[in-house]
Ligand binder design. Structure first.
Ligand SMILES: [Zn+2]
Length: 130
């Protein structure tokens, strides 16, 4: 099982690995059955619980769920926002190398997301690991 877990972690991209460790610091736990073993699904950053077959994505239940913005940008955005919470949408977009509409949307999502305690904790951990 340890090998299976390691293989799953290694199959992830670098930022996927960081998010994985932030979300499951003591290893994967299936949200449905509590199972600790999983298989990586071919689609990147997706898992299947090897006990109950539940499939979930790394970003499920987070403000990044179904976002088209790559994880590395989310990490950089979390760090940037952490340093400069009053940043303008234009400067935010420029600093992250995003178009203004995409960057503005990301900034809005972060600001809205911060109303939620779970998101605040997640974004602050991401900021420190960006
Ligand atoms: Zn399960």
């Amino acid at each position: 099982m340890v090998k299976l877990l390691q293989a799953g972690i290694l199959a992830l991209m670098d930022y996927g690995e960081r998010l994985f460790r932030i979300r499951w610091p003591r290893g994967f736990i299936c949200p449905r059955c509590g199972g600790r073993a999983y298989y990586p699904v071919q689609k990147r950053n997706q898992f299947e619980c090897s006990v109950c077959g539940y499939q979930l994505s790394l970003s499920a239940g987070t403000l990044m769920h179904k976002s088209r913005i790559p994880l590395e940008k989310w990490f950089a955005a979390a760090a940037l926002y952490d340093r400069s919470p009053d940043i303008t949408p234009l400067n935010f977009s420029r600093a992250l190398g995003l178009t203004k509409p995409t960057g503005s949307l990301l900034l809005k999502k972060i600001r809205q997301g911060l109303a939620n305690r779970k998101n605040r904790i997640l974004l602050s951990k991401m900021a420190s690991e960006a």
